[in-house]
Design a binder for this molecule. Structure first.
Ligand code: PHE
Length: 454
């Protein structure tokens, strides 16, 4: 198969690492990880999370990259091509379709939440120029949720930012933007971490995050950790497969894959180490933030720290979300390009679809707040549940099974050049047995929970 993808190629190993880390590091790391750790017993959650990354997520990440690079096209067509080559069933292309649907669903609500971060960044910016800022954080968040026009507008702004990158293509859009945004993201995170250290509460935060209390490890904690590992590493929706399709042949997948997983995990932990000292300093305790940790708890801290920190934090969050959302839009856009669409038109069409779908999530907090699908608190939560708890794990499971059992062994070995033989066998067993069983167990319990809530 081709050495190059028709969509373009990452110009270097570093470009790929930045792009894939950009996809992985997002709201999942800075918004979700700290509050999930906080709600699930701190160190116990972190420990289980690390286990899930190493034993389940990392092997699937390698698999997505290897499949993508072998096929060089968007996931659906890559899987069709491979099926033809390996004489496996064309049905495997269904994994690509599943990924496409998952990507569209996730982007629809991801962009709504990213829109909140833009709104907050805007409020802090205005405060620097004399605006009132966020006096009563709970009220501000409540007002935003109850105002459909405002929320939909910011959701639209974020979607336009996403299309602007994807429409420019792999080299001029995706690669150029991550080369600029990822260093900026790291810098902003380090400034916040510096502030966290200056509060003198870093030790307590570290104890909270790293000291495991084994009595707190329950099946629920394991489930949340595994779901979080999938979401955080952008797995199961073929986004990494798409990024793998643009990966030059000589780059070692085990090495760059490990680098991306390490960077993603490291940044989640750093985000925790930046946020918890601030939370402890101003709010007393690191536990029980919930999803509102970022949008209601932190702003009361920023009121005392100064608007600059609020601005910095929400710009950081928006940037992280931005480099992730482009990876949510790229696979579907690439597919349309392969069907003969121009790239710009393809990106705009898919983004419009995601934006329109996102209206349900946005309106779910106000006009449609009586609709609570699947026993969830809001439409956004319900779409989140279907995408993260069902589509991503099912996608990941099928990818593991495909790579482990159907993908031609010789070709798989070629794609994994750079992996010592022993590592390669361990990896195939993780893909064949460990990862599928783990995901199945999680799915079974999640479905059981979901059905009980109905
Ligand atoms: N990994 C991203 C995050 O942590 C979310 C994401 C999921 C992006 C799936 C792409 C695909 O925020």
């Amino acid at each position: 198969m081709d050495n190059r993808s028709i969509h373009g190629m990452w110009s270097s190993r570093l470009a790929f690492i930045l792009a894939a880390t950009g996809s992985a590091v997002g709201l999942g790391n800075i918004w979700r990880f700290p509050y999930m750790a906080s709600d699930n017993g701190g160190g116990a959650f972190v420990l289980v999370y690390l286990g899930c990354v190493a034993l389940v997520a990392l092997p699937i990440l390698f698999a997505e990259l290897a499949i993508g690079r072998r096929g060089r096209r968007s996931p659906i067509n890559t899987l069709l091509d491979l099926a033809r080559e390996d004489r496996s069933s064309r049905g495997w292309a269904g994994v690509g379709w599943l990924g496409l649907v998952a990507g569209v669903f996730i982007l629809s609500f991801y962009s709504v939440v990213a829109g909140w971060t833009l709104h907050y960044a805007w409020l802090y910016l205005m405060q620097l120029f004399g605006g009132t800022g966020i006096v009563d954080p709970a009220a501000t968040f409540g007002e935003l949720l109850s105002n459909p026009v405002e929320m939909i507008a910011w959701h639209g702004v974020f979607m336009v930012m996403t299309v602007a990158v994807v429409a420019l293509g792999v080299e001029k859009g995706l690669e150029r933007s991550v080369k600029l945004l990822m260093p900026a993201l790291l810098l902003m995170l380090l400034v916040l971490l510096g502030y966290g250290v200056s509060t003198g509460h870093l030790g307590e935060a570290a104890t909270f995050l790293f000291q495991p209390d084994f009595s707190k490890i329950t099946p629920g904690v394991v489930l949340s950790a595994m779901g979080q590992a999938f979401f955080s590493l952008s797995l199961g929706m073929c986004g990494m497969m798409t990024y793998g399709a643009y990966l030059p042949r000589d780059v070692s997948i085990p090495r760059v894959g490990a680098a991306v997983a390490l960077a993603d995990t490291g940044i989640a932990l750093l985000a925790g180490l930046a946020i918890f000292p601030i939370v402890i300093q101003f709010l007393g305790t690191p536990t029980g933030g919930g999803p509102g940790l970022i949008f209601t708890s932190l702003p009361s801290a920023f009121n005392q720290m100064g608007a600059v920190f609020g601005l910095l934090f929400f710009v950081l969050l928006a940037v992280a979300a931005w480099t992730s959302s482009i990876s949510l839009l790229e696979p579907a856009s690439a597919y349309l390009v392969e069907r003969g669409w121009g790239r710009r038109r393809a990106a705009i069409a898919m983004a419009t679809l995601c934006w329109a779908l996102g209206l349900f999530s946005a309106l779910g907090f106000n006009v449609l707040s009586d609709i609570r699908p699947l026993g969830q608190d809001s439409i956004l939560d319900a779409i989140n549940l279907v995408a993260n708890d069902i589509l991503l794990p099912v996608g990941g499971l099928l990818i593991a099974l495909y790579a482990g059992w159907r993908f031609d062994r010789q070709r798989l070995r070629e794609q994994m050049h750079g992996a010592p033989a022993a590592l390669f066998s361990v990896w195939t067993w993780l893909l064949r047995v460990v990862a599928p069983l783990a995901v199945l167990a999680v799915l079974a319990v999640k479905l059981h929970d979901a059905l009980q809530r109905l």
